[in-house]
Design a protein around this ligand. Sequence first.
Ligand code: SF4
Ligand code: SF4
Length: 364
Amino acid sequence: MVKLSSRCNLSCDYCYVYELRDSGWRHRPRIMPAPVRERLVSRITEHVRRHRLDRVRVLLHGGEPLLAGARVIADLTTALRRAVLAAGAGVDFALQTNGVLLTEALLDLLLDLDVQVGVSLDGYAEAHDRHRRGPASRSRPGPGTYARVTAALRLLGTAPYRPLFGGLLCTIDPASDPVRVFDALAAHRPPAADFLLPHATWDHPPISTDGGTPYAAWLCAVHDRWRESGRPMRIRLFESVDSLSRHGGSSSEVLGTVPAAAVAIETDGAVAWTESLNAVAEGAAGTGGSVFSHSFDALLGLACAPQYGTGSLCRTCQECPLVRVCGGGLRAHRFGRGRGFANPSVYCKDISALIRHIGPRLDR
Ligand code: SF4
Ligand code: SF4
């Protein structure tokens, strides 16, 4: 994950970059400078050669990556593709955007550069605008962005841009109607949709952990609508429950016991484990290394590298009959109660309710 911009043009109230415990973004360059981009290209190429990889996947991210501008996006993707090709591998580029800055000119550029586009959309207008807003002024809240995002999605859905459409990313809010959210997403005919649980820990829990399972209820309703409507797009969360239940792998970072092979590169070249750890504490996602000081292999060898696998989980998770599918949930979601990461996920009840709901239906 390459963070081309450390800033954003929106002020979403649940943002995991700006609204959680980490404020490192304040001290980083707004846009990734050329020397960082050049060093990043050589680090990725070094990794490709060392492991004789066939392909790497590079996600252009932020903040809002389109704030980096056309030239920076073109320079990085062109240089990286050339270097990785020379190392005998291919590279798949994707860009995750809030959609507000997507224009025809930018889509033409992304088409030329062969960069897939994922867009964040929280469903129908009211659900989306409740959280995904522009910056507030002193006297009034920021404006909702639904109209601008859906206009961009209509453009992305037309020829010749349609092949660029990578999917939609939706953050779960139990206050929104799940079926209406699903239908609103499906109306854009995305090839895939992902659903994110808001990042939370035991010390900063989500809206309800007192016996209810509002996130499971929401996701189960979406799942049932997805099935009834003939699974019109891929949903990695549901597909991963299916696959893991059949002893397969997971395509979702939230499930399973095998870690996602990914790191995040900040605009100053610092390397972070995974963004969700921003929910834990200031600097919790940092590796202490950067593309200037460490190869990716050297970072994985550091003592602070997260431990994964069933053996790294707390006793409750290790003894849980769902552990092979659940994997203890996202690492950040286990944190708190004075026990570091030695807890079940703060979403334990929701995840187990979802797995139990989907599981018996998988073979039908
Ligand atoms: S668009 Fe993304 S990065 Fe920007 S404020 Fe919203 S959630 Fe945060
Ligand atoms: S988080 Fe809960 S459901 Fe998941 S493995 Fe741990 S105890 Fe089981």
